[in-house]
Design a protein around this ligand. Structure first.
Ligand SMILES: Nc1ncnc2c1ncn2[C@@H]1O[C@H](COP(=O)(O)OP(=O)(O)OP(=O)(O)O)[C@@H](O)[C@H]1O
Ligand SMILES: [Mg+2]
Length: 430
């Protein structure tokens, strides 16, 4: 539903609105954190509309994205508030009961943190809502990590009706083509698009815009090159949100070299990874993964058994893969991943073929024999040790062979990862 001032309809986020409103009542600084395009600003604007009246002095939105220099932050805020001297802002707001929104802080995180800290100390009735790809790390901050929109679990119309990602796609699709209707013929393609884009609202909007010239199935088919396809944002949005690649690059460029290196290497994991797996492909210290999580480049999902599983949202993974391919780390990352998976599979092997393995699992294990491991390059040494029944050698030679090799390494590793992690889930359940 639209509200005054919104140019496009707002979808879902009912639970998040309730939770953040509650946090704002308890804490004086709440930060909405998450990757670019996940909907932090959009949610913050909704919150402002919903709760501005409960602050005696209302809400004030300070948008930081256009600023580029640290020393602009306090000055610009003063100017926007109509205060002549930036140093007197804390004094001027001392008795103010206001919600101050610091929108899009990540590129100026230090001055934003200093400003928030100073204002919260000086102005006891002030509350701050920040949006940032990374928390401000100021005492008293409550961080709310915004998840992607729910994606459909299967291709049925019932599942699409329950998915906010699909709702967003359909609403934006209608804006791109007024005759667009969701039905049996395009449900599978729409579900595929939402899943491939992992429920990331910006990516879904860009994909829906493509319906002006492509059918949903054509969009879905082209999403393997999502970063190139989704380069079609509206003229009036900020440059960093015009293309999916620019949205991700905005965060990537703010990473340190070691963080970029690990992020690229983690892109070899489709379907998530554990901390052990991350360490196996890492060339840097143990503290780099937590920093990538803090900066919203990696999602950390708490599992039912209390463990944490990590993943890169699919559009971010595609970006990481492109960067990895452009660097010279691609082969070594794949080799490290393959070695890790093989070691894991070897440890699990005795049980993989055990009599108590559920039949579905046995079938998927058996289907692994259709993947052959390449006999050249990084995984030659691994060939005889692959436990998932692979006895085939990959035919062919020359350049074709290298291309096939890459594909085969990727698919074999993927298969092994899924088999082993799926099996472990079964093992735990028994
Ligand atoms: N709940 C929603 N309903 C409708 N549209 C949404 C929703 N969430 C996000 N969008 C749309 O997705 C796009 C990205 O959202 P938004 O700008 O809020 O992301 P962001 O997390 O603030 O990104 P950035 O880190 O780049 O600032 C926008 O066009 C926005 O309108
Ligand atoms: Mg934003």
């Amino acid at each position: 539903m639209h509200q005054a001032g919104e140019l496009t309809s707002f979808v879902g986020r009912t639970r998040e609105l309730v939770e953040v409103l509650q946090l704002l009542r308890q804490q004086r600084l709440v930060t909405l954190a998450g990757p670019g395009g996940i909907g932090k600003t959009r949610l913050a604007m909704r919150l402002v509309r919903d709760c501005a009246d409960s602050y005696a002095d209302g809400a004030f939105v300070f948008e930081l994205a256009p600023l580029t220099q640290s020393n602009q932050v306090a000055r610009e805020l003063a100017e926007r508030l109509g205060i002549v001297n930036a140093e007197t802002v804390p004094d001027a707001l001392r008795s103010s009961a206001m919600l101050l929104v610091l929108d899009n802080c990540e590129h100026l995180i230090e001055p934003c943190a200093a400003l928030a800290d100073e204002l919260l100390r000086a102005c006891p009735r002030l509350r701050i809502l920040a949006t940032s790809r990374e928390p401000l790390a100021v005492p008293g901050e409550a961080v709310f990590r915004l998840p992607p929109l729910a994606i459909p679990r299967d291709d049925s119309l019932e599942q699409l009706a329950e998915s906010d990602a699909a709702h967003l796609f359909v609403q934006r699709a209608r804006a791109a083509r007024s005759d667009f209707r969701l039905g049996q013929t395009n449900a599978a393609a729409v579900a595929r698009i939402c899943r491939r884009l992992d429920g990331l609202p910006l990516a879904i909007e860009l994909a829906a815009n493509r319906l002006a010239e492509l059918a949903p199935a054509e969009v879905a088919d082209r999403l393997d090159s999502a970063l190139r396809l989704l380069a079609n944002g509206p003229r009036t949005v900020p440059a960093r949100q015009k293309t999916l690649e620019a949205a991700i690059a905005w965060s990537y460029d703010l990473l340190e070299a070691s963080e970029q290196r690990l992020f690229n290497r983690l892109s070899v994991f489709a379907g998530g990874f554990t901390v052990d797996a991350a360490e196996a492909v890492s060339e840097d210290g143990f503290d780099v993964l937590p920093r990538l999580v803090a900066k919203s480049m990696v999602q950390a999902d708490l599992q039912a058994d209390g463990s944490v599983r990590y993943r890169l949202l699919e559009p971010l993974r595609a970006f990481g893969q492109a960067r990895l391919a452009a660097s010279d780390g691609s082969r070594s990352a794949m080799a490290a991943q393959a070695a890790y998976v093989v070691a894991l599979a070897e440890r699990a092997e005795p049980e993989l073929y055990g009599p108590r393995l559920p039949s579905g699992q046995r079938a998927s294990t058996a289907s692994g024999t259709t993947f052959g491991w390449p006999t050249t390059g990084c995984s030659r040494a691994l060939t005889p040790r692959v436990p998932c029944g692979s006895r085939q050698r990959w035919p062919g030679g020359g350049r074709d062979r290298i291309a096939k090799q890459k594909r085969v390494v990727a698919s074999s590793v993927l298969f092994a990862c899924r088999t082993v992690s799926g099996f472990r889930g079964c093992a735990r359940a028994r």
